[in-house]
Design a protein around this ligand. Structure first.
Ligand SMILES: C[S@@+](CC[C@H](N)C(=O)[O-])C[C@H]1O[C@@H](n2cnc3c(N)ncnc32)[C@H](O)[C@@H]1O
Length: 469
């Protein structure tokens, strides 16, 4: 029953690689859908918008230009700027091709980045109020010397790299794009993020490209596509990269396929999934059979707040049915900050079978089975193997939580307690009552889960077991 870990380690890495390659393909096709033809020749940016705000709309070139934060971070600015602090405060931020943008940030006393460095070789900055963390330098992020130039200017690695309407849209050949992403990988610190919007190609100085024969268009675009594809495939194959595409709303008037590329560099703990306990170790909650109603959807606000505020907390929701998984994801996304946490890899949805979990031994802090044991459509042998897998993948001290609301009678017949005490070759102790057993206070959560409704039966129950050393 116990699987050897190298095999599982490999499959986790392979899975991430597949996701990365998929994101790379999506990024390239978004860029190919967003071909913008500009009259400007060479590096003349005088006719483009160079002063977008981070969180404030600006009026430029005869139109109101939306702020860039919702695109880069996938957040809604309607209510307040509070959600922005976590991307900014104490972060070392590199703004690539920032021109005269984010003046709202640099003139605001609200935010406190550790560093904000704007590198732009073409568009001059504007005079700004002296801001201790801000500097702009005419360095070229597509040059072979970029890293050395940054070093010489006294900069090291960055936590956040923001790219807005700059590259690859304005890149002119494959080599530039490849060097750009290679350089950005080098300057990105672990746990850091590169955010690039929009994925597009602004083809300059080719009036009438639309009327050119397809071969002519192809000739012009092929090197750009090849460059972006090669650059992103190289990153996708790195062990410490998790790449994804964020689709943002509302629609962008100038961009057909608004998509943001997110490139996250994994921290060492994420990479190795260390089984030992430690202060900074991620607290990984895995929900098996999350279906159309993952437990977080019904969680009370206090639980969500605790989860949101703890940067170590992660949730992976699994289901064998992709359709159910999609429904659950959509419902989750209606909750505040879920998309942002997805973008930061703190919440993930994956197709997987509960009897074959894609995790190493001793990797999970909490495993939740909600309305799975009582589901009569699931064959009993499968349920037993799900419990075996929980025993294998939970850490010592980890919690197995079984919530039965819809069909508690059927669930009782399965008798998990008996199975755990007789057939599972690791020791579990039952955790009595509804006291706090996991990372957060769950009393309110339990109360809510057990409150009878049309769907929740009066004899609904929750069982918890702790895996002992
Ligand atoms: C009764 S539904 C419960 C859904 C959700 N947990 C809830 O409480 O509403 C059971 C779920 O288990 C999923 N499921 C069935 N067999 C599975 C398996 N072998 N591995 C993972 N999930 C499975 C189904 O697709 C379905 O979404």
């Amino acid at each position: 029953m116990i699987r050897n870990s190298p095999k599982n380690q490999k499959s986790e890495l392979e899975e991430r690689r597949e996701e990365n390659l998929k994101a790379a393909r999506e990024a390239v096709s978004a860029a190919m859908a967003n071909i913008l033809i500009s009259d400007a020749d060479g590096n003349d940016f005088s006719s483009t918008v160079t002063n977008r705000g981070l969180f404030t709309p600006v009026h430029s070139q005869g139109r109101t230009r939306e702020p860039i934060a919702p695109r880069l971070f996938g957040i809604n600015l309607d209510r307040s700027l509070k959600g922005l602090h976590k991307f900014i405060d104490n972060k070392k931020i590199l703004l690539v091709g920032g021109g005269a943008s984010v003046q709202d940030l640099t003139s605001s006393p609200e935010f406190s980045p550790a560093v904000l460095l704007n590198v732009d070789p073409y568009t001059p900055d504007v005079p700004r109020e002296p801001t201790p963390y801000y500097r702009s330098l005419p360095l070229d992020p597509t040059s072979e010397n970029f890293f050395a130039d940054l070093r010489a200017a006294g900069y090291g690695k960055f936590d956040e790299v923001w790219i807005s309407y700059s590259v690859p849209p304005h890149s002119k050949n494959a080599g530039e794009i490849e060097r750009l992403f290679g350089n950005l990988y080098d300057v990105l610190d672990s746990n850091g993020n590169i955010r690039d919007y929009p994925l597009a190609f602004f083809v300059q100085g080719l009036e009438g490209l639309d009327y050119q024969p397809p071969e002519k268009r192809q000739e012009r675009l092929a090197p750009l596509r090849t460059g972006l594809s090669a650059a992103l495939n190289t990153l996708a194959n790195k062990d410490d990269i998790a790449m994804s595409i964020l689709h943002t709303n509302p629609p962008d008037m100038s961009i057909k396929n608004p998509a943001t590329l997110l490139i996250h560099k994994l921290g060492t703990t994420e990479r190795k999934r260390l089984p030992e306990r430690g202060a900074q170790e991620p607290y990984l909650i895995v929900e098996v059979g999350s279906g159309d109603s993952p437990f977080l959807v019904d969680a009370p606000e206090d639980y969500l707040t605790q989860f949101r505020n703890d940067p170590n907390a992660r949730l992976i929701a699994l289901d064998s049915d992709e359709g159910e998984l999609d429904l659950g994801r959509e419902r989750m996304r209606k909750k505040k900050d879920i998309r942002t946490m997805e973008a930061a890899d703190r919440i993930e949805f994956r197709k997987a079978y509960g009897e074959q979990l894609p995790f190493e031994n001793n990797a999970i802090s909490e495993l939740v089975l909600k309305n799975v044991m009582g589901d009569e459509e699931i064959f009993p042998g499968r349920k037993a193997r799900m419990i075996d897998e929980a025993a294998r993948t939970l850490k010592q001290g980890g919690i197995l939580k079984i919530i039965e609301q819809y069909t508690p009678k059927e669930a009782r017949k399965v008798d998990v307690e008996h199975y755990i005490s007789t057939a599972v070759p690791v020791v579990f102790e039952k955790v009595e009552g509804t006291e706090t057993a996991g990372m957060f206070d769950e009393r309110e959560m339990d109360r809510r889960m057990l409150t009878p409704t049309q769907r929740v039966k009066p004899d609904a129950f929750i069982l918890r077991f702790r895996k002992k050393p």
